[in-house]
Design a protein around this ligand. Structure first.
Ligand SMILES: Cc1cc2nc3c(=O)[nH]c(=O)nc-3n(C[C@H](O)[C@H](O)[C@H](O)COP(=O)(O)O)c2cc1C
Length: 327
């Protein structure tokens, strides 16, 4: 497939890149539930790829179902991005995204992620080096700014000029990290200044707030709301692409929720576990699945009891045994 942002159905519905969460198994589940979703990898180190790190290559593993599949790179050395871009292209991804928004201390200390907001010329150099090294469309994900949104338009115009084909903006500054609520107003203003598609991100969790937030933007990106509830993405794709309100999930904690959960959620959750085991082997997979499992049982009457057990599981068999007792 020759992926082009401008040819995609709008509004784009994207699964956010989320380190430790949006791995191949999770993306596969999202795509089974909502096939139109555009998926992003967890952030992958361009330095790591440059030096042939297996850990970073493993982060890019994917299955066909995940397409369109965008690999997100982070780093600060333009030459490393050029090399990494070629590696990503060779492994068959549909696009490359550059992380210019991560506020994690370790990332900022190395002048990666959101630190690039303070270095717009380097941000442009990186975008240009990546774009010139590959035929894949290169996009950039960033935040409103460092302390405020005053630099947003100039920063993004520079990125656009350097070759980016789309931008995602998380409606918070670096300083805000994940506090407060996302401010989408500057994103609507930015859209008026750019030619390339602009995707809004931050605090989307329902059809109602997605519809309210979309306004003049080209797409939406959803992150944390998918934790324990990947079905939220289907609600959005059904609503925006099929013009229908999807069958509502049984309301959490309602009388019907447990039987609904057993019938509709349990098979998906087990499939998520199975895909994880297939991709990473049972020991690592089930260790990483614990956090998902703890969130998947939200709304069941004995959720806290279940959670205590699920955060200790080591095998798929143990999960099945615990789930069998849910009646
Ligand atoms: C656990 C976690 C990991 C994340 N990892 C990344 C990442 O690797 N790259 C990135 O650009 N953003 C990352 N983010 C930010 C999300 O992509 C997104 O911008 C943010 O969560 C706001 O969207 P939301 O309100 O829909 O969650 C991460 C967020 C969380 C919660």
């Amino acid at each position: 497939m020759n992926f082009k942002w401008k040819k995609q159905k709008k509004p784009y519905i994207c699964l956010a890149p989320m380190a430790g969460y949006s791995d191949s198994a999770f993306r596969q589940i999202i795509k089974e539930i909502a096939p139109e979703t555009i998926t992003f990898s967890e952030m992958v180190s361009s330095d790591g790829l440059r030096y042939n790190s297996k850990t970073n290559k493993n982060l890019m593993q994917y299955k066909e179902i995940e397409r369109p599949f965008i690999v997100q790179l982070f780093g600060k050395v333009p030459e490393h991005f050029s090399i990494a871009a070629k590696i990503v292209e060779e492994m068959g991804a549909d696009g490359i995204d550059i992380n210019m928004g991560c506020p994690a201390h370790k990332v900022i200390k190395s002048n990666h992620g959101a630190a690039l907001i303070k270095n717009p010329l380097l941000a442009q150099e990186i975008t240009q080096a990546t774009s010139e090294a590959t035929k894949l469309p290169v996009s950039v994900k960033t935040r409103l700014g460092w302390e405020n949104e005053g630099t947003l338009v100039d920063f993004c115009k520079g990125i656009e000029k350097a070759g980016a084909k789309a931008m995602t903006i998380h409606g918070r500054t670096y300083k805000q990290a994940f506090t407060g609520s996302a401010n989408w107003e500057p994103i609507y203003q930015l859209k008026k200044e750019l030619q390339i598609p602009v995707i809004g991100n931050g605090d989307i969790g329902s059809i109602e707030n997605a519809e309210e937030k979309l306004k003049n933007l080209d797409g939406l990106m959803v992150g944390r709301a998918t934790f324990g509830n990947p079905w939220v993405i289907r609600e959005l794709t059904e609503y925006f692409y099929h013009d229908q309100a999807p069958e509502k999930r049984a309301k959490i904690q309602s009388k019907e929720f447990t039987s609904y959960w057993i019938k509709y959620h349990k098979p998906t959750i087990l499939k998520h576990c199975e895909s994880a085991v297939e991709m990473k082997g049972e020991r690592i997979a089930m260790n990483e699945m614990r956090k998902h499992l703890a969130m998947y049982v939200k709304g069941l009457p004995n959720a806290s009891e279940l959670r205590k057990k699920l955060v200790l599981v080591n095998s798929l068999k143990e999960v099945k045994t615990i789930f069998q007792k849910i009646i």
